[in-house]
Design a protein around this ligand. Sequence first.
Ligand SMILES: [Zn+2]
Ligand SMILES: [Zn+2]
Length: 666
Amino acid sequence: MSNSNSSSNGTKQPALRVIPLGGLHEIGKNTCVFEFGDDIMLVDAGLAFPSDGMHGVNVVMPDTSYLKENQQRIRGMIVTHGHEDHIGGIAHHLKNFNIPVIHGPRLALSLLTGKMEEAGVMDRTVLKTIAPRDVVKVGQHFSVEFIRNTHSMADSFSLAITTPVGTVIFTGDFKFDHTPVDGEHFDLARMSHYGEQGVLCLFSDSTNAEVPGFCPPERSVFPNLDRHISQAEGRVIITTFASSIHRVSMILELAIKNGRKVGLLGRSMLNVIAKSRELGYMRAPDELFVPIKQIRDLPDRETLLLMTGSQGEPLAALSRISRGDHPQVQVKSSDTIIFSASPIPGNTISVVNTIDKLMMLGAKVVYGKGEGIHVSGHGCQEDHKLMLALTKPKFFVPVHGEHRMLVCHSKTAQSMGVPADNILIIDNGDVVELTADSIRRGDPVKAGIELLDASRNGIVDARVLKERQQLAEDGMITLLAAISTDGVMAAPPRVNLRGVVTTADARKLSIWAEREITWVLENRWKQLCRHTGGQAPDVDWVGVQREVELGLQRRLRRELQVEPLITCLVQPAPAGTPAYKGRTDAEPDSRPASRGRGGRPVDRQPRGERPERAPQPQRQLATVGATATASATASTAVATPASAAAPVAEPEIAGRTRRRRSAAVG
Ligand SMILES: [Zn+2]
Ligand SMILES: [Zn+2]
């Protein structure tokens, strides 16, 4: 096969470009760009959840610089189904760029509407509901047919995307479930129709590419859940994904069958069930549901609580119950607690911790693969083979999966006769260029992640994340240095430790800090201080602070093997303030080091050499001349400044948080 998109006469054919910005080498934040000529069409825009160490990060979004730069070319978006990893990013992106129209299934758009209202971006797009087999046109070059598929979420679709170079099948999330809970069957006829016509390329869900066999049907969990519920002597507590509409439907059906009323806990559980019932995706009588405050009055034997927390999310209902800090529900030893979900990779530890806590409270906990109380919504190897058999693609790109899953899926495709040369394993930001007879990898576009805090407005950038990791692992050192505008240390530095485990005490650290300050004053002052002709020189206090921080950081890493976050605050004193002469007491440090104002620490790097560590971006911590707004943190961190001679400006630490937030909103 030809690996270039140049035809035999050498002229460059226009190519279809497919660019996943998320969803590859991971499960989550699926966001895919289709591009032909001047048209850009988006397929889904999801979010992912933070991994360990992403302190204070609420959600993870793909970097959308490429879309921001090309926003005038965006003609529309297609949504395959309503899972968070496919629609969770849309409201956020709409704050940055408009999307002329979003076509999607009713349930997904209904869930999306809620998110868009919350974000205040309803005017940034037009939502158009599609029905099975609807064909929509996006821009000049794309025409998309929605093909009903089966998945853990109701109202889910695969896409047949017809372009000038051929038809691409984009499976979306799928499994082949021939006995779907809602009776909506996979439209196999339509899929094979495209297979007959000729499919240029298949982009297929790889989540369960490592798992042999067919994925069991959703219905198969029904008898197992039924057994546990009917055998329960006390309350039944079940947790599952709120978005697993079919699972929730079965649980409600089982509650009725077993004579139990249902109490719902967790915002997403209440929200998804309300939306699904309203739109007819879930049928349950009103009287089945009892508000959580009243359900306590019913006998335990007639109670079923359905809640969020299947992933051990710290703020979800079941996690709070396991910690004993839920206002309405406490665990009883007669409770049967059922985990009808399996942990997403990365959540395993929090899930098993939650299970342990619930067991320690005396409850019977039902969980794990052997119980048959959970099946995946994603097809396994045999499902993948069936998809390949139906579509008979010329080219193949495995998507929606971690790297090993993509590799596994490509092997399945090869076993079905797709030549290895016709398969591309790509990463986020890679560009798949397709012509009628070729597939190749184009130059990648910018891709990466954007981390959002709980407000979903504040962006947690790499520096903030690094600082939080330092705080979490090694604590924080605050250092107050009184320095006069003529470059004299006016008082001994004050050092305060928070969460730092070290053999060095504050006094020792204070001596080290003194050395760093002395060194900076003697070796860097000229560069940091400009005489502009006025009375007082213009001092780069932020630069002074940064130099001291870097020096102390190096020393701590070397001497104590710790890397706490160091914040140096300079308290400027007026010129002429008497110099503090340095300590005369015994040096607790075993290293020989010169003292006082004459020398610099012997272990310091030679003058002029850059520090070994990449300097951090400037921290605008101290604002010279700022009004006194020191927060409680600052006042514990700094003791009384020694420079009593003149009014000195209070270091402004409270401004830091404000600055960060305002800088992040956009
Ligand atoms: Zn899904
Ligand atoms: Zn998905």
